[in-house]
Design a protein around this ligand. Structure first.
Ligand code: PMP
Length: 363
């Protein structure tokens, strides 16, 4: 019998795989559009593909467990010493490491009502108690989150932009919040979608980590870099925090093909710019359609957008029948909403085309 904290967990629900829908609906896989997991519709950069292929010849050997080359590349790109960097099997892994290193029974973690699902999962898995704080306009209510911190709180999670709502908080607001958080609470600032921010909204959270030893910034190669299937993320923080995370990290948590691809992807700025530009256009395409259909949506700073459709389970079924996979977010306490990832122009068009009949409940 598992302990209570494990039995209380409902497993993370990923987007429906294309192969599964193809089987269920007797559709060809190529006729299915999947806009459910905030992936990069361009795929990966050609430089990353070449590096991944080249790295395949070495897979009989264990990867470099310290990720020396990728950390060196991140170090020069971000201007921080390698001792301030931890690598993860996706940024989920880094979130988990933070929870495992700092949480335990009798300790608490603070996160927002619509905050990314893994915060609650990682907190419970560590045997700690989650303090879920009500949202403001679907986004993080930082004042309320600060007020929820208790003497036994050790971790506070913020996603900026947040998933699944896409909400964004200005950098100076986040920084002044971090400055107010007690030193014995680690602020985990999850920036999985930061590469999609418009230039005017960018802020230098990496520089803050030198000023606030209780700040850990997490980022990923899964989204704008297009490497979701290879599972690479990283965290930047004070060397003492990084040291703690390394104590609970698996020895070879990032594979060698993944390390090589991530390093190459980091150098391909042209691909990153193209991905962000495609996302901007796709976001306009989607939100213009929502406006035409009279639908409410939450303005998003990420590569996805949440829209209110009423009976989301029924609309989702209508979309699935038309070969379109999006993400119902009832599990986040938003039963009237669907989250759709920004795809290629033709994928967005397929979704928009399927949406009207799905909304009307036509079979
Ligand atoms: N944080 C947020 C806010 C996310 O949306 C995601 C992906 N769904 C992650 C972290 C984790 O992504 P990965 O493990 O692929 O880096």
């Amino acid at each position: 019998q598992a302990p209570d904290n494990i039995r209380a967990i409902s497993p993370y629900q990923p987007g429906k795989p294309i192969s599964e829908l193809a089987r269920e609906m007797a559709l060809a896989e190529r006729d299915i559009v999947k806009l459910a997991s905030n992936e990069n519709p361009l795929g990966m950069s050609p430089a990353a593909r070449d590096a991944a292929s080249a790295a395949l010849v070495e897979v009989a050997r264990y990867p470099d467990g310290n990720g020396f080359a990728l950390k060196a590349a991140l170090s020069s790109r971000l201007g921080v010493g390698a001792e301030r960097i931890v690598l993860g099997n996706g940024s989920n892994d880094v979130l988990e490491l933070a929870a495992r290193a700092l949480l335990a029974p009798g300790r608490t973690a603070v996160y927002s009502q619509y905050g990314f699902a893994v915060y609650a999962l990682a907190t419970r898995a560590a045997g700690a108690t989650g303090i879920e704080v009500g949202a403001r306009d679907y986004g993080h209510d930082l004042d309320a989150m600060g007020g929820a911190i208790r003497p036994d709180t050790r971790v506070l999670f913020i996603a900026n932009p947040n998933n699944p709502t896409g909400t964004f908080i200005d950098g100076d607001v986040i920084e002044s919040f971090v400055a107010r958080v007690p030193q014995d609470v680690l602020v985990v600032l999850d920036e999985a979608y930061t590469e999609y921010l418009e230039p005017a909204r960018r802020y230098d959270s990496i520089a803050w980590t030198a000023r606030y030893p209780n700040l850990l910034v997490t980022r990923t190669f899964s989204k704008a870099y297009g490497l979701a299937g290879l599972r690479v993320g990283y965290g930047i923080g004070h060397p003492a925090v990084i040291d703690l995370l390394n104590r609970v990290r698996q020895p070879f948590n990032v594979g060698s093909v993944s390390l090589a691809a991530a390093e190459a992807a980091l150098g391909d700025e042209e691909f990153l710019a193209r991905s962000a530009e495609l996302n901007d256009r796709g976001m306009r395409q989607l939100t213009e359609a929502f406006a035409r259909l009279g639908l409410e949506w939450i303005p998003s700073a990420g590569n996805f957008v949440a829209l209110r459709v009423g009976d989301a389970a029924a609309v989702n079924l209508g979309l699935l029948r038309r070969g379109v996979i999006v993400r119902p977010i009832g599990g986040y306490g938003m039963p009237e909403w669907l989250r759709v990832s920004v795809g290629l122009p033709e994928e967005n068009a397929r979704f928009i085309e399927a949406l009207s009949p799905a909304l009307q409940g036509r079979t």
